[in-house]
Ligand binder design. Structure first.
Ligand code: IPD
Length: 280
């Protein structure tokens, strides 16, 4: 049977590649920086330009589809996932990296129907790596199949995480508490690429056993979540149980064993949900 979403996925790959070219060109220019929720939550004109490029091109081809885009939400659009076909877009995942030319920057496009991610595309544009996954059909990097690591011993593992963009003292305390706990297990190492999407692709590629973060957004992880699962990995909430992509909390791991071990070490907190109504 023909795949109903194949043409959308083909378009996502093509437009992610085009967006990546724009990002690479912009790295050669001045990158004027603006801020959003905090002084370390950065945005540039390139984020906005790339998001518009993706949304316009999708609208022309698939006029009934909906969007959740990082910069559109920052500009006041709603962030509610319905059952309708929805493109969940982070035009530049790793904006801080982009601003500093730190070489991990991704275009991330997830596509959800009935609140289930049907395909995910993460283009790591400086590495020129195109990560793709279609639900039930596996995960790939530049066409090569991906598989998570088989390591089940957390003491033999690398764990990826990030510090996020909140500097609220309670959040910083919880982040450091988790870091101390995980480091002291002890694990082989802690890493962070500076982009949630690439961290998740590293789990899918078998380079790191797990990635966790509290404070990410749905556009950071929608595509990567499917790439991890299709590479044989698992998703879990930081307190155990099912992950909720709107909750801003995630563990993506090679196995339940590693994910459950991390649950014991992570100091949880609950940032405002992505789909929370705006404050009055
Ligand atoms: C950010 C990156 C970063 C993570 C933040 C995200 P952005 O996304 O993924 O690694 O720590 O939580 O918001 O702002 O560069 O798209």
């Amino acid at each position: 049977m023909a795949d109903q979403w194949q043409s959308s996925m083909d378009h996502a790959v093509a437009i992610a590649r085009r967006a990546g070219e724009v990002v690479r060109e912009a790295l050669l220019d001045d990158r004027a920086v603006m801020t959003k929720s905090s002084s370390v939550d950065l945005v540039t004109q390139t984020d906005q330009k790339v998001e518009q490029l993706i949304i316009q091109s999708v609208k022309e081809k698939f006029p009934t589809h909906r969007f959740i885009g990082e910069e559109s939400v920052a500009a006041g659009e709603s962030c509610v996932l319905t059952d309708c076909p929805t493109w969940i877009i982070d035009p530049i995942d790793g904006t801080t990296n982009f601003v500093h030319a730190f070489p991990f920057v991704a275009v991330s496009i997830g596509f959800s129907v009935n609140k289930q991610v049907e395909f995910g595309v993460v283009y790591s544009c400086l590495e020129d790596k195109m990560f793709t996954a279609r639900r039930g059909k596996g995960a790939f990097c530049n066409g090569q199949p991906l598989e998570v690591s088989e390591q089940k011993d957390i003491q033999q593992s690398i764990v990826a995480t990030e510090f996020g963009s909140s500097r609220a003292p309670e959040a910083v305390d919880r982040i450091f508490c988790s870091l101390k706990n995980v480091l002291s297990i002890p694990v082989h190492g802690l890493r962070g690429a500076g982009t949630a999407a690439i961290n998740m692709c590293l789990v899918a590629s078998g380079c790191v056993e797990a990635y966790y973060e509290i404070g990410i957004h749905v556009w950071d992880v929608a595509a990567g979540s499917l790439i991890v699962c299709e590479a044989g990995g698992v998703l879990m909430d930081v307190e155990g149980g099912e992950v909720d992509l709107m909750s801003r909390r995630i563990i993506a791991a090679n196995s339940r064993t590693i994910a459950e071990r991390l649950v014991r070490e992570i100091a949880p907190f609950r940032p405002p949900r992505d789909d929370a109504p705006p404050p009055n």
